[in-house]
Design a protein around this ligand. Sequence first.
Ligand code: HEM
Length: 538
Amino acid sequence: TGPDTVSPTGQPTGADQARMAQSGSYLTNAQGTRLYDTDHSLKAGPRGPVLLQDHHLREKVMHFDHERIPERVVHARGAGAHGVFRSYGTAANVTKAAFLAEDVETPVFVRFSTVLGSRGSSDTVRDTRGFATKFYTSEGVFDLVGNNIPVFFIQDAIKFPDVIHAGKPHPDREIPQAQSAHDTFWDFVTLHTEAAHHTLWNMSDRGIPRSYRTMEGFGVHTFRLVNAAGETTLVKFHWKPKLGVHSLVWEEAQIINGVDPDFHRRDLADAIEAGAYPQWEFGIQTFPDTPDQTFEGIDLLDPTNIVPEELAPVQPIGLLTLDRNPSNFFAETEQVAFHVGHLVPGIDITDDPLLAGRLFSYLDTQITRLAGPNFPQIPINRPHAPVNDMLRDGFHQTAVHRGVAPYRPNSLDGGCPFTAGADLGAYVETPVRVPEATKVREAPESFNDHFSQPRRFWLSMSPPEREHIIGAYTFELGKCYEVAIRERALQVLANIDPELCAGVAAGLGLPAPEPTVPLADVQPSPALSQVGRTWPTD
Ligand code: HEM
């Protein structure tokens, strides 16, 4: 049960409402005692020493001293907005999730972010952008914690500390603040060629969006949907901006970094305030849930892979509208806690090893960032569905729980009622067959193809997009001190495409190497290009 002073929608009520408004005809201390002066410390005479007994000074400064909480270990800089998601009902045949039935409105909170910069870094850097959505559904919270790039640097979460250590500022100089132009990043992504695809997207115009409003979003992993009959379908989630996909060019991005480091958060807030509500269509690509979990030869458990939209069209299933700015950045945007394990009946996970690590990581980090295990009670994180858990006590507990028997079975608190079964709306894991296997620290053979997907992306680009990509690699690699890293990067590019490699090599003044693997025989996917896209459809 939640705290007494909060309505089911997470809004404070009664005395709590007045306290949160911080308004009234007189000021009080935190205990509600009226103050007559909060501008002067208590002193032994106007020019005398400040007295230790000044309990008001002590309380005021103590609280100020603890105003900051740790920034997120990644995605520290972000901007959020409230909105509403309206479902079309077109996914109702593949999922029983209530919020995806026909014409259901669900409140949402979305947080966009950069990945590598600190809280105070600037918006228009070259980086991946986070696109995290909290759906407050009638069946509990569903979080889709996605990015604006549909693939990831690594295939296994055990490498996440490595990729982030390599991408974050150098430990000695704290350089750079938010860009990938440095040796450790390029060292990592050229030694781990599974990163080649995500890196190529970063070096494309997708790495410098024009606005949060003009970004696509992707769930990245393959998820498993379950319908009322228990049938399963594998899916990839997509957000398609109604305004289309638009980027900055590098020179614009650099100038804006200096002129207005808050460019993206300002753009989002101003648009919402002006009533130009940003909208995205929610879509799914669907794949049969076959035992090998591949589609047209593409391994669906490998998060460095996309499935071209020409092979599996994105089917629209709902509309997201962001229509309200946060009233308090700290309370909402900073304290929101997303987690890939926040799922509702009808949406399940797959065995993607990157997803598995994320299922552990988010709650773990939030225990530190939000100081204890009770962050689900923070208003922005509260479900809009009734909560009847057996969780008790802990730091920052705000609920006054009743009942003396928070265990089950028991014979004291009415036996602690329990309902089970998918037919009663419970979340029941899909009974997926796990093949008989031997315990190993290994990746499957199918995870070894690191170049065909980046090659498809490159081949899908229009001439100006290719020019931008070559310029981006040349600029970023030009910032590496180690020539060996630049040379290794050229080898990766040679394995993607000779024209790409030759362009960057010319820019760096280095010879272009020959490919060390045969060039993949892949077809372009026009939907990957920002030029001539078919979305939005209306
Ligand atoms: C935060 C996306 C992989 C750990 C975030 C956020 C997003 C995101 C959007 C920001 C959430 C917010 O706005 O509050 C992704 C995507 C991934 C990925 C799309 C790959 C497909 C991983 C992996 C790990 C990880 C593999 C760890 C093993 C974290 C952590 C945070 C975070 C610790 C900070 C969360 C917080 O402090 O609340 N991620 N991430 N992520 N991610 Fe990931």
